[in-house]
Write a protein that binds this ligand. Structure first.
Ligand SMILES: CC(C)(COP(=O)(O)OP(=O)(O)OC[C@H]1O[C@@H](n2cnc3c(N)ncnc32)[C@H](O)[C@@H]1OP(=O)(O)O)[C@@H](O)C(=O)NCCC(=O)NCCS
Length: 148
């Protein structure tokens, strides 16, 4: 987790490729607990829906989302995902964003996204989408988090 942040996140931010958000321990701000990164992308719908076939749509790519192994299953991953979706929803009020695309690094990660309503692409089960219309349901009930 730290390696990617040290080596890549700053470089990507400087080149406007991704934006990375981190969660740190309040009592120990140097301690990184988790992070996620977002990038703009476009998605070609080929045969997923007849109406959309062949069209490309604007999306936000959730390139990474991870929590420190010492704090897994304590709510942070869900919190970070909801935070990311609030950021995307905010962006969608200003520019064209039609869905969120997540890259899952494992089948367990894909299960995590599906738990929140993401749907796997028929062409690649490790890539999952959440349409903007499904966003509100996921964004509700964020513990200790004020919507942006
Ligand atoms: C996947 C990951 C981000 C989950 O983070 P977490 O902090 O353990 O998740 P939370 O405790 O916030 O769980 C939130 C909800 O997701 C569910 N959940 C967590 N991990 C899950 C999984 N692998 N499969 C299905 N559901 C999962 C929890 O049961 C919980 O459900 P609830 O809200 O109904 O109670 C974390 O395990 C991780 O960093 N894994 C390694 C990296 C990774 O796989 N990242 C995914 C993107 S590539």
């Amino acid at each position: 987790m730290n390696d990617w942040l040290r080596q890549t996140a700053t470089q990507h931010a400087q080149q406007n490729l991704t934006r990375t958000y981190v969660a740190v321990d309040d009592g120990e701000p140097a301690r990184l607990l988790g992070y996620y990164a977002l990038a703009a992308t476009r998605l070609l719908f080929a045969g997923i829906s007849e109406r959309r076939a062949g069209q490309d749509v604007s999306a936000v790519l959730l390139t990474r989302l991870a929590v420190d192994r010492h704090v897994v299953r304590q709510g942070l991953g869900g919190y970070l995902l909801r935070h990311a979706l609030h950021v995307v929803r905010d962006a969608s009020l200003r520019t064209d964003v039609q869905c969120v695309l997540a890259n899952a690094t494992s089948s367990s990660a894909a299960d995590f996204y599906q738990h929140f309503g993401f749907e796997a692409l028929a062409t690649d089960r490790r890539r999952l989408i959440l349409p903007m219309r499904s966003m509100d349901a996921v964004c509700q009930h964020v513990r200790g988090f004020e919507p942006i």
